[in-house]
Design a protein around this ligand. Sequence first.
Ligand code: R5P
Length: 300
Amino acid sequence: MADADTTSAKDYHVDIPMVSEPFFLRGSNNLDWGLKNRLAKIFNPRSGRTVMLAFDHGYFLGPTSGLERVDLSIVPLTPYADTLMCTRGILRSCIPPTYTGGIVVRASGGPSILKELSDEEIAMSIDEAIRLNAAAMAVQVFVGGVHETKSIHNMTRLVDLGNAHGIATLGVTAVGKEMARDAKYMRLATRMCAELGATYVKTYYVEDGFDTVAAACPVPIVIAGGKKVPEAEALTFAYKAVQEGAAGVDMGRNIFQAEHPVAMIQAVRKVVHENCKPKPAYDFYLTLKNEKAKKAKSAR
Ligand code: R5P
C-alpha cells in the first residue's frame, strides 16, 4: 500500500488560475481529448502545421511512378514526415510499425482510373481504423461530380464513426478533369466538407484567391501537391499556400517523384514549419542533393 501523504506544507497555488490553453488548431477547440491528441500527431503543435506524405495513389491508379516499391522509395522518407497518408494494404505490408508519427488511412475507394472515379464507397470499417491506430480517415468528396451525394454521405458516415471513437476525418476535395480548379469551386467544396463535419480538409492551391478559400473554411486546410512540377515550383506553391492560410501540405508526387526525394521532403519541411522562403528552400534542396551525390561518388 502507498504511504499516506503526511506532508503538511502543501501548496495549492490558490492565487493562480487553472491553466487552460486553447487548442492550437483552428476550429478544433471543442473537440474531445482523444481527437485533439490524434490531431497533435498529424499537426506539429509548435508550428501548427503538417507535412503529410501522401502515397495512397495506388488505390485507384495502381503502381504509380515512384510507388512501384514503397519499401524502397517511401520508407526512407518516413522519418521526415509528420504524418503518412496511405491505404491499409500498404501500411500493413510495407510500413514498419515502429513509425511513430500520425497515420491517415484511406477509407474510401472502389472505382479504378478506368471507371467513373466519383463512384466510391466507404472502404474500411471503424474497427479497422482503430486497430491500425489511425489518427484520421481520408475520404474523397466529389462536389459537382456524378456521384456527389454518395461521396458526401460517405464522408458524413465516417465523420459519425470517427467522432464516436475520437478519430479525425479528412475530407479530400477531388477535382474531376472537367471541373475548374478556381477559388470559387474550392471555397464551395472545402466549406461543404467543413460544414458537414470533416475535422480537416484537403484541397488544391489556387494562385488567385487561395487566401479566401482558407479564410472561409473553419477547420484546418492542407494542400495536395498535384502532378509533378519542377522542385523550385513545388516549393513556391507550398510556401504561398502556408503563407495564405494552409496548415500544411499533403504532398505525394512532388516529393516521391522529385530527383532527390529525401532532399525534397526536407526542403518542404523548411517551407512549412520554418516559413523558409522558396529560394533558400530550393538552395537547401540542391545542397542536400549535391552532398548525397558526392557521398555516392566517394563510396564507389
Ligand atoms: C489523391 O486523391 C490522393 O489521395 C493523393 O493522396 C493526393 O492527390 C496527394 O498526392 P499528390 O501530392 O501526388 O497530388
